[in-house]
Each structure stands twice: as C-alpha cells, then as structure tokens.
Design a binder for this molecule. Structure first.
Ligand code: GUN
Ligand code: FE
Length: 439
C-alpha cells in the first residue's frame, strides 16, 4: 500500500431504492484504518484489525478526530458562471439574458478560460467535490481549458461545450452543423482521456432548433458511451416557452425524448414541474435528474419533489448549479435540500442526504462502479472533514449522540471551513492547513 489513513469513516455500502435501504447500508467506523494502493481503496477496517498489516507500527497518516467520507459528486454546474454567482433580482429567463450570456461571451478567449478553469477546480477541491458534471460555454476553448486543468489533477470530471443555435445573442450562437463538428472533435480529443468524460450539452430546448437536436442525436448514436447533459422543467415561463416553440410535443421532456436524448447517462438538471408522464419517461428510459437546491431557491424556480422522485424510481444526484446556485459547498447545499423537503413535509435525514451527495450522485452519472464509497477497488476520491471548526459547531457537536446527529449538524451549520483535505485518485490534492501528508 501507499498510504494508511487512521480516522473516522462514514459511507453507504450499496446503491439503494429507498431512504430505509440507505439507512441499512450506512457504514461507520469510529476508529478505522483505510489502506490505499495504486490510487484505489485497498481495504477499510477497524484500527484493531488493521494495525498488524502496517509495514511499520508508525506508518500511518494521523487523521484521528477527522471524519472521512467519499468525495462529493456535483451532478450539475456551470464553470463559466463562477464569476457571476449571486447576481441580483431576476428569475431564469431574464437572469440568462441580463447576466449569464454576457459573462459566457468571454470564454472564446483561451487565456481567460484557463484562468477561470484553475479557479473553478480549486473551488471544487476546497469544497470536497471530487467529481462534477459541468457546463462550459458554446466555445470549444472553454472545454479545452477545463479538461486540460482537470487532467493535471487526474480528476474524474465530465464536461461539454454548450450547443445553441437560436434564442441567444449572435455572439453565442452557432449553426447546427458547426455545433456537430466542434462537439465531435472535442469528444475525440477528451472522452475517456485519463478519467475524463464528455457530455453532449445542448443548453435546453428553447435555444435549440430541431436541426440542432438532430445533430445531438447523431452524436449520441456515434458515441454511445458519452453523457447527455441539459436542463429540464426549471421555471413556469420556460415551460410555457417550450410549449410555444415545440407545440407538437406532449410535454417538455418529450422534446428531448423524441430525439433519442433520454436514456442511460442522460442527466436533466432541475426537473421541478414535471407531469406524471415525464416522470414515467425518465424512469422507463433510465435517465437521471439533478436536484439543485440553492439554485431553485435563488432563482425562485420551485420545489423539487424528492418523494415523487423516489416513488417514480428516477435516479437523482445533487447539483450546486453554480452560478444560479449560491455555493460550491455540498454541506450547505444539503442543508438547503433539507429545507426544501421541510416545505413539503419530507424529512431528508443525514444518511439519505450524504448518499445523494456521494454514491447516489455517482449512480446518477453511471459512475458507481468507480466512485461513491469506500468499497475495495474503488478509486480513492474522498474528503477529510473537520467535524467542528467554530465555537458554535463545537458546542453543538459535543451534544451530538451519534454519527447521524453529527452529519446533520454539518448539513445545517457546516461550510467550506469543514473541508480539511480533498484526496483525488489516492493522493492529497488539496489541503486547508498545509498539513504534511507523509509519502
Ligand atoms: N437553463 C438554460 N440555461 C441555464 C443556465 O445557465 N442556468 C440555469 N439554472 N438554467 C438554465
Ligand atoms: Fe444549470
């Protein structure tokens, strides 16, 4: 092994189809030893069991007092919107034209894209996010820069260039044919390069002509193991607009479904105001949705229906949706998810919340064979949490009677200060205090 880490470990052992099943699959090791070899989890056992396997009695990284959980999976966000997070006053459609499109215009500049990619990845790592599904802009330069930066960290990141051929400013639109060609080149350059994956990324139905969605369909057929990433049913005006632009379709999702864009590895962000037929289609096609709590509240979009999502057995992950979302931090995002549940009499408990942010998100992205928990052989992407970093957290923490209360406290009071280290592929990629990690 390369590292043996001693600390407290929490994960969910297997994917689940109900909150009760998640609770049964929860694993907590109070004083554990995790062995890492060749970037993967080699073993996780109690200190008692594991210490005899150490090469030397003192050959372990001391993370006692810290809580180690699988790396967070952010299933939907926009890296170019980092610089406009928290823009005042508008709901979705005006927000796009007032703030988003002008900012996105800058990403044809490779230097700017590289600078913001580095900043963005640092935000992910300093918030414990080790895998993300990311929107670029319409410019191929935007994704080249992001993938190049992620490759340096050897991150498991999925991204794609936005495809848009109407209802956006001229400086951000392209033809369907250009969009096809540029996307194809990017797939050939980056898909399955190291741990990277490509997501074919039509922005949403209103900025797509039928010709563009046909181009997306051809790409999906030519590259069946890529992802499909778009927006769905976020805002009432958006839905009415889709109805007027695509009158021949039964509902919003049917526009995508008609072009073969539903299915395994398809991820639809928001999915707030769905009809029953749309939920059924998501389930039947094995598509996934991204629940984006802070974005949905910030833009006043609506309340995602967690209970319905379970009932309909639709795969779901959590997205920050930066920059409509207001934080990169998954702990804060889970806290807002809890409040969205409260407004609908749904009790999002800590084990369920951490599942969505880790293994459930991995499953939504069809990456659960590789990441999401500490099962032997999985890639060693994880977060070292400091369970109490402020007087208030310390006070509250001292009164927590078990790991679930502790995790719930972190969802409620936690933020980026609680992220002590982030490990990628078995190496420490980010470290808050400059703590030494022995090789
Ligand atoms: N729908 C289409 N584009 C966007 C976007 O950039 N952000 C959000 N939240 N919704 C969208
Ligand atoms: Fe979005």
């Amino acid at each position: 092994y390369r590292y043996a880490l001693r600390g407290r470990f929490f994960d969910i052992a297997a994917t689940a189809d109900s909150p009760e099943e998640i609770a049964r699959q929860a694993r907590y090791v109070d004083d554990g030893l995790m062995f890492i070899a060749e970037g993967r989890i080699a073993a996780l056992m109690s200190w008692e069991e594991g210490q005899s396997l150490l090469k030397q009695p003192d050959d372990w990284v001391d993370l006692r007092g810290k809580l180690i959980v699988p790396g967070f999976v952010d299933t939907h966000l926009h890296y170019p919107q980092t610089e406009m997070i928290g823009a005042f006053g508008e709901q979705l459609l005006e927000w796009l034209t007032t703030y988003t499109f002008p900012v996105e215009s800058q990403y044809g500049n490779a230097g700017h894209a590289a600078q913001m990619s580095a900043f963005f990845l640092n935000q992910l790592l300093s918030n414990g996010t080790t895998t993300a599904l990311v929107f670029g802009t319409v410019h191929p330069e935007s994704v080249d820069a992001l993938f190049a930066a992620a490759a340096q960290q050897n991150m498991r990141l999925i991204a794609g260039k936005v495809m848009m051929d109407r209802n956006a400013p001229d400086y951000l639109t392209e033809t369907a044919e250009q969009s096809y060609q540029q996307t194809r080149e990017l797939i050939l350059r980056w898909h399955n390069h190291q741990r990277l994956g490509y997501a074919i990324t039509p922005r949403f139905a209103p900025t797509s002509t039928p010709a563009l969605l046909e181009a997306v369909q051809r790409l999906r057929e030519a590259f069946p193991d890529t992802w499909l990433h778009t927006h769905l049913s976020e805002n009432p005006q958006e839905i009415a607009w889709v109805k007027s632009l695509w009158p021949e379709h039964e509902n919003y999702l049917d526009v995508y479904h008609h072009y073969g864009l539903t299915g395994k590895r398809s991820v639809f962000a928001h999915a707030i105001h769905l009809q029953d037929a749309e939920w059924n289609c998501l389930h039947d096609s094995d598509s996934a949705v991204a629940f984006c709590p802070t974005s949905n509240l910030f833009l006043g979009s609506g309340l995602f229906r967690l209970q319905t999502c379970w009932q309909k057995k639709v795969k779901m992950g959590i997205g920050t949706d930066v920059g409509a979302g207001t934080t990169f931090n998954m702990l804060r995002t889970l806290g807002e998810a809890y409040k969205i549940g409260q407004l609908q009499s749904y009790k999002l408990c800590a084990s369920e919340a951490f599942y969505h942010a880790t293994l459930g998100g991995a499953r939504a992205l069809c990456l659960d064979e590789h990441i999401g928990n500490f099962s032997v052989g999985k890639e060693a992407d994880f977060v070292v949490l400091d369970p109490a970093v402020s007087p208030l957290q310390q006070l509250r923490s001292a009164r927590c009677k078990d790991i679930y209360e502790q995790l719930f406290m972190l969802m409620t009071l936690g933020d980026d200060r609680n992220i002590a280290q982030t490990w990628i592929n078995g190496e420490c990629a980010w470290n808050r205090d400059g703590l030494e990690v022995a090789a």
